[in-house]
Design a binder for this molecule. Structure first.
Ligand code: SAM
Length: 175
């Protein structure tokens, strides 16, 4: 099974803690393998690792990567790169082709403004509508399209807790 990882660009520790944490949690919940963070913010690593510890699975977070080097190394190892941007080609047109490719996939999401070079380094610039919204929503929709909903059945190994779905109220099982 190929690897799918996220590269989070443009994180500003003073204001993006919550959004970047949610990028990581969304990636994990929807079947990705890990996130590279192009900033130094150990708080993000700690809070996502805490979730992994309790809720299971193998998701990793690598702090303080150099984004250009990260993309170059990914490609040098044979991986492909999709950059989520409102300026890219429609997700409905592109995702089937990306899904068919066997290579490991790096998905780039930005914050405020993504460096221009990223558009040229990506194999696919993918839009989830051409309207401005959020890295969390675009990532969620792209992953769901990529995995065709199969990610909903993902098993998180070695979990300490699990939700037992119920019609009313909350049921959490300690394992
Ligand atoms: N003008 C920016 C852009 O290039 O998409 C919007 C910045 S937005 C606050 C932060 C990130 O959300 C972007 O870097 C991109 O990864 C993602 N994003 C926002 N709107 C998107 C869209 N319509 N399609 C795909 N990704 C989007």
């Amino acid at each position: 099974m190929r690897k799918v990882c996220i590269l989070r660009l443009g994180h500003r520790p003073e204001r993006d803690l919550r959004v970047t944490t949610h990028v990581g949690l969304t990636a994990r919940a929807l079947g990705a393998d890990g996130m590279y963070l192009a900033a130094d913010d150990h708080g993000i690593v700690d809070s996502i690792e805490d979730v992994v510890e309790r809720w299971g699975g193998e998701f990793f977070v690598e702090n303080d990567v150099k984004w250009r080097q990260c993309i170059k190394q990914w490609k040098a190892k044979g991986g492909i790169v999709a950059h989520l941007t409102m300026y890219g080609l429609d997700v409905g047109e592109v995702t089937a082709e990306v899904r068919e490719r066997p290579e490991d996939l790096l998905i780039i999401v930005g914050a405020e403004k993504v460096p221009g070079d990223v558009y040229g380094m990506a194999d696919y610039n993918v839009s989830v509508t051409n309207q401005p919204h959020s890295e969390i929503s675009s990532l969620a929709i792209f992953l769901d399209r990529l995995f065709q909903g199969q990610e909903m059945g993902h098993k998180f190994e070695d979990a300490k807790i699990r939700v037992e779905p119920c019609k009313v109220g909350k049921r959490v099982v300690e394992l």
